[in-house]
Design a protein. Sequence first.
Lengths: 431, 332
Amino acid sequence: MTFSINRRAFLASGAGALAVGMLNPRIALAQDVRLRLLWWGSQARSERTDKVVGLFKKAHPEIEVDGESAGWDNYWSRLATQTSGGNAPDVMQMDYRYIFEYARRDVLLPLDKYMKDGTLDVSDFSKDSVAGGQVNGKTYGISLGANSVAMMINKAAWQEAGMDMPQPGQTWEEFGDQCEKLTNTTKRSRFYGCADQGGLEPAFETWLRQRGKQLYDADGKLGFDGKDAGEWFAFWVDMRKRGACVPADVQSLDQLTIETSPLSQGRAGACFAHSNQLVGYQAINKDPLTMGPYPVKSGESHPGQYRKPSMLFSIAGDTANPEAAAKFVSFFVNDPDAARVLDVERGVPESSKMRAVLKKEAKEADRIQIEYIGSLGEKFVGPLPPPPPKGAGEIQLMIKRKNEEVGFDTASPEDAGAAFVSDAQAILERS
Amino acid sequence: MGNKMTGRPAVAIAAAGPPHHPPQVPQHRQRKPQPTSWFGRTWQGSGPGYMFLLPWFIGFFGLTLGPAIVSFYLSFTDFDLLRSPNWVGMANYVRIATSDPKFAASMGVTLFFVLFSVPLKLAFALGVAVVLNRGIRGLPVYRAVFYLPSLLGTSVAIAVLWRQLFASDGLVNSILAEFGIQGPSWISHPSYSIWTLIILSIWQFGSPMIIFLAGLRQIPTDMYEAASLDGASKLRQFIKITLPLLTPVIFFNAVVQTIDAFKAFTPAFIISGGTGGPINSTLFYTLYLYQEAFGFFRMGYASALAWVLVVIIALFTAFSFLTARFWVHYDD
């Protein structure tokens, strides 16, 4: 049997299919305003964000919000791909590390107009916290909360061993001694004082700043030399040798996420992180946690940490609904119910009113964090560093690798320090 | 002209998704006059066939060939996803050839992986196929069970499972501990991590095994009967009869598995968390390419890396075909 198609019928059915295909989205578009929202973070953050999206839809039924989340690693490739394809999410979570990159390429919407006409209300923000989202005098991001680096501490592990927890203001050497003691006294099996954080960029940066150096200077060049890096790696060699921190093969399981950290894996009594992450850490750790500042340099120590927007919301430059997007961001940072849901998981709210709301409710994790950020005096907190240059992300990964090379004895700390500086300079020149 | 008339609605159907109704068959079935043009005749002959192939054609041109051509163009640019690409000529290829330490490192890791995983996997697959070929009861069940890992193989779940098996407090170390051996964290130790990936690859021996099994069935049993009458041992039969007659299948499997091994990505990505660590010990070439493209936004450079990989795979395949005539026996 042969099978032939009447050309006219074929044309008609094709045209029909085409028409149906084109009509459907048109109808959907006419009905409501749709916003796409993209963020990175843990399960705890996604649950909170979804709840706030629900609250927003109740308050603004005419606006539909589609949320989408990714892990930190995949987030930036996804955002870059979508942006490059002209398909950027209307509202996106932004990091201090990337906001300059994106703003310079004109893919973010300047928000000043909406701040002036009140659509995006930042009247309860301090001037500094608004400035944290500005590039060349224009506002491209709204801070979702303040944070700083912080040491996560497994309270139970230290108390069981009958020891004092690491105290604010102790030196790196004192911290190391204390960790070694915990490793030796704890009854937990294969448990160490702290994680091996020689490959953690914020820890290295804090340590540099305490010596009066910096990671990057205002011109985007390295603000330290090979000797600094070598001494940093050497400190952790000593920590590993003494058993104060976890061995290299345990540490290299850490993929720089809350879930894979040696603290969450039940292998270490402390690890280095950011203050807002206490919520995420506590969510997956059975033992009660607390936090404190990083150790300081012995002798004269410059303030190493700084207070920064833990993350921001930015709006895509080519969004079809800038008003609705601005309304959503405003709701996110100003609505008391939203603040109760979000608590301090993205950092301590910048709006003084929302801080007051949270203080009144005073959940344990919120209280620790608000107090922690409030307690960081001039001894610990210095000025915001200049924005990191292009290539900083690659260098951040390289610190981890160099620390592994030292940890697995394939390089001496001095050689790794020198190689780190020359490799990092090559990356900066190439970027 | 005719081309346009028929081409357009066909695209429209495909764009609207899979057709829900079969095209209408004309009511009046009368023999039409034979078209005189070349196109008309061809269309009457194989037109419907091409229609059915359309989804594949659209996939091939839109999702494979099109992007491949674009990536070839991008490999001569400095494209970074956000800005429009600038032509840089051969700069990317020059850098790959002269001054990229990570290119050499990742190529080394990949070659090591190919060199060990492919022969071991083929040997294992052949061994299992020979055992299964003895006419065991329930053969279809065993075949399915052994094939399962290949279906699950490249999935994220299996890579995560591997992390659990070979972690410091994983199953492997628990077993070793019974013998008083304190094993390291296999997947996160630079000396062993690549071996966990090789073992993972061997474990997925299903598809070469099925092909070997089919090949073994082709070998006439009277050859074995004659050989055993002459007093040849099983081993001798295997070496003198099975292996030579199986060489075309071995050759096919080797080429396919080598190409697959060069392209391996998911296990290394999941097991190292996308870093290729510890110390680049699992930095597969594809993983490095991915990092450059989506981690550091050097799309242009990554495209160049991809084309270098294409050339390397092509060279390996060509080499296999050239040497084939010295060891592959085709029946004649």
